[in-house]
Design a protein around this ligand. Structure first.
Ligand code: C5P
Length: 324
């Protein structure tokens, strides 16, 4: 997550993510599922402007945003206001302006990233003494993917997503992964995808098998991923069976010179890992002429620097412009 000062407040760049590895355990008593997943932030961003406003005011300006997402940003703001992190007697105000680029229902975590951006941006605007660790329970209460986006980069996420272990040290900023993402304009409901997965496998205990992420150090995992190994998504088969268009899209991408093709999250985005930035551009150009879909070029993004989200530690500026 990158933060930039602007007149009257700040702008937060909220990244999308892809899942490089995603294993799902059986349904738990609370209805959620334990995960073992490698999340990676990419440089496809929504932009959230967080601007000062009179005490007690909370406004969100945006156009064409789905109700759920609008609610997630506003809910993040309200949760923060109601948390003990805002000193008693204060009711600071804000105006939030959201510019969407990350498609919704796409498995790219856009709504979750916006919520994390709202938490971090408002903590900064209101100068709250809030560390990332203190924002974590608020993030987890907003959605399973939100904790990851508080720091971004590359991380192994477990529990229902809230146990975030940074693996960014193994994914250096100078050697990013290059992706082509294809969003087929189909929205997949995450909840429905979990239900379909449960129905498809009865009582199977996926997470009782040893995780390949345990059998080698993160740096070796990165090397293997670079060779196209270890990529996995437990949802891919079940979601591609429910949406034949996705299976066909997957097959189309497999004909290109990608190192690996995989679905992200619970879909619907299918992405390819390219051998280089040039290869990614070439294949994206070809797919744009061939497909009725949104094709994005993206690279892996290093983590933000938000150890202390309130006073002090946030990245002030320095938006990295990676686009040639
Ligand atoms: O946490 P979030 O609201 O994003 O999750 C949406 C839905 O996805 C949940 O209601 C739940 O059905 C399912 N889910 C799950 N296990 C997870 C994450 C999400 O079953 N670890």
């Amino acid at each position: 997550m990158r933060i930039q000062p602007i007149p009257g407040g700040l702008r937060v760049l909220a990244p999308a993510k892809v899942n490089l590895y995603l294993e799902v355990g059986p349904r738990r008593a609370d209805g959620y599922h334990d995960l073992d997943s490698l999340f990676q932030a990419i440089d496809l961003h929504d932009e959230l402007e967080v601007l000062g406003a009179p005490e007690g005011t909370l406004e969100l300006e945006e156009a064409g945003i789905a109700e759920g997402e609008r609610n997630l940003v506003v809910r993040a703001a309200r949760r923060l206001l109601e948390s003990g992190l805002v000193p008693p007697g204060r009711r600071p105000g804000a105006r939030l302006r959201l510019k969407k680029r990350i498609p919704e229902g796409a498995g790219l975590g856009g709504g979750s990233s916006d919520a994390a951006a709202a938490l971090v941006g408002l903590a900064r605007l209101w100068r709250l003494a809030a560390s990332r660790r203190e924002l974590l329970p608020l993030a987890a209460s907003l959605g399973s993917d939100v904790p990851f986006f508080l720091s971004g980069g590359t991380a192994r996420c477990r529990g229902r997503g809230e146990l975030v272990e940074s693996w960014s040290h193994a994914f250096p900023a100078g050697a990013p992964f290059h992706y082509v993402l294809v969003y087929p304009r189909i929205k997949v409901s995450t909840k429905r995808a979990y239900e379909a997965l449960d129905a498809s496998r009865g009582s199977a205990d996926a997470l009782t098998a040893p995780s390949p992420l345990d059998s080698m150090p993160p740096v070796a995992v990165r090397t293997e991923l670079g060779r196209g190994h270890l990529f996995f998504n437990r949802f891919e088969t079940v979601v591609c069976s429910a949406f034949p268009e996705l299976r066909r899209l997957h097959e189309t991408l497999c004909k290109e010179a990608f190192v690996k093709v995989l679905m992200s999250g619970s879909g619907s985005t299918i992405y390819g890992l390219a051998r280089s930035a040039e290869e990614a551009r070439r294949i994206a150009g070809k797919l744009r002429t061939q497909l009725e879909a949104d094709v994005f070029l993206a690279r892996s993004e290093p983590p933000g620097d938000e150890e202390n989200a309130g006073q002090g530690g946030l990245v002030e500026d320095g938006i990295l412009d990676w686009d040639p």
